[in-house]
Write a protein that binds this ligand. Structure first.
Ligand code: SAM
Length: 428
């Protein structure tokens, strides 16, 4: 996609081609192209419209219904923040008193749009001309042009002194190849630039890869890990006055649940307490998700003890934020191996931070013994969870030669250093 093709898509003919392409998206691409061509759409415009329609279809999982009117690139969509996460972040910024924000490297504008929807005035800078033009179009489509200014340029040269806060989501994929970058020094804008913002400015938020090494987190900065429906999706550094706690795990459902939980006052989220949980609701508007927030220093260690009746498999945001000890304290639980993040307790307590299973059998790992136990229990279907085991679950499933009619959960782990299998059943 180039600027001329984007401009053509924004004409009345382009809009008609996009509408027609949307009706054909998801089917056979050659048939769709032929249908557009036979309806009189020129080949170039038809191809551009079909590409957009396909990207919009894929983007619906990230942005919901608003994806249908957005202009997208493949690379931009892959790197864009999920709507539910961007909205949550924007609400927190707004609640912290942020009224103006510089978005340095705004991509397709998912974060800028969310901030504007939260009432924040945004100055969005993007180095890639086509991406910047698409963001400007997305802002206009959303009716937010009065709140968002999009500039094409180098974000590292922007004077950020006049803004309440700065947001940066550096590119973590190589331009051209789209390959993932794991070394923060290869991010764009570069890591040094980003961490300098965090250290120097009164309020900075930086989105980072969830695999970020804790050793790279600047001092006095809050590091937050976010999961959506149990999938770890991103981490963020909150610097300066925005830092509330050293470590935070935010657990979000993908599906907005505006009527669940007790709504917080408009424009604010209740602060979670260290080491405990808080149900932090965003503004009580349709489309907002209930977030569960666990915080703490991230340096505490959970007690180690025996396997008990219930096993808790903590959410990946809790594990990555190093908040397993805080969760253990809340559940009255312990680890069974100091290096493995499964928790065990005598009571099954409902928690948004972990999945709970009832342990029915504990056995040292032995394929023969496991096979005979599963046969005795008539287990024919197993889900296999593992932490601290090198076994290949699919190979194990084949080796078990299951034949019964009962389901079970198998946990491959270590207990006090010894390879152990736990036979479990889900707790409703
Ligand atoms: C990860 S994406 C941002 C995604 C965005 N937060 C969203 O959710 O839609 C990073 C963007 O930064 C842009 N970028 C990289 N280096 C830049 C620089 N020095 N100045 C401006 N933009 C830059 C890239 O082109 C890319 O579009």
């Amino acid at each position: 996609m180039n600027l001329e093709q984007l401009a053509e898509l924004r004409t009345p003919e382009g809009a008609a081609a996009l509408d027609a392409a949307a009706r054909l998206a998801g089917g056979d691409p050659l048939t769709a192209a032929a249908a557009l061509r036979s309806a009189g759409v020129p080949a170039g415009l038809a191809a551009a419209a079909l590409t957009q329609a396909e990207l919009r279809r894929r983007a619906a999982g990230k942005f919901g219904a608003s994806a249908a009117g957005m202009f997208l690139t493949r690379a931009g969509l892959e790197q864009a923040t999920r709507g539910v996460v961007a909205r949550r972040r924007a609400e927190r910024l707004r609640a912290a008193g942020v009224a103006t924000l510089a978005d340095l490297g705004c991509g397709l504008g998912a974060d800028a749009l969310a901030a504007a929807r939260a009432g924040i005035r945004v100055y969005a800078v993007e180095a890639d001309p086509v991406t910047a033009a698409m963001t400007a179009a997305n802002v206009a489509t959303a009716g937010l042009a009065n709140l968002v200014t999009v500039k094409c340029g180098d974000a590292t040269t922007v004077d950020v002194s006049g803004f309440d806060a700065v947001f940066c989501d550096p590119a973590r994929r190589r331009a051209g190849t789209g390959r993932r970058i794991f070394d923060p020094n290869a991010y764009s804008p570069p890591w040094d630039f980003v961490t300098d913002l965090v250290r120097r400015l009164p309020r900075t938020v930086v989105k980072v890869a969830p695999g970020l090494d804790h050793a790279l987190i600047p001092a006095d900065t809050e590091a937050e890990w976010v999961s959506v429906d149990g999938d770890l999706v991103e981490a963020a550094l909150w610097g300066g006055r925005l830092a509330e706690e050293p470590r935070r795990a935010t657990v979000l459902p993908r599906t907005p649940a505006p009527h669940r939980g007790t709504p917080a006052p408009l424009g604010g989220t209740p602060a979670p307490h260290r080491g405990t949980t808080a149900e932090a609701d965003a503004e009580p508007q349709p489309g907002n998700a209930v977030a569960h927030v666990l915080t703490g220093p991230g340096t505490d260690e959970a007690p180690v003890g025996p396997v008990r009746r219930y096993l808790y498999d903590p959410d990946p945001a809790v594990v990555r934020a190093h908040l397993v000890a805080e969760l253990a304290a809340e559940l009255g639980a312990n680890l069974a191996d100091p290096a493995i993040a499964y928790l065990y307790a005598d009571v099954a307590a409902p928690t948004p931070y972990a999945r709970c299973l009832e342990v029915t059998d504990v056995l040292p790992f032995s394929l023969k013994r496991l096979r005979s136990l599963l046969r005795e229990r008539r287990v024919g279907r197993v889900e296999i969870l593992k932490r601290g085991s090198a076994l290949d679950p699919e190979q194990l499933r084949r080796d078990l030669r299951l034949s019964g009619d009962q389901p079970a959960s198998l946990v491959l782990t270590r207990v006090a250093g010894a390879p152990t299998t736990l036979l479990c059943r889900p707790v409703p």
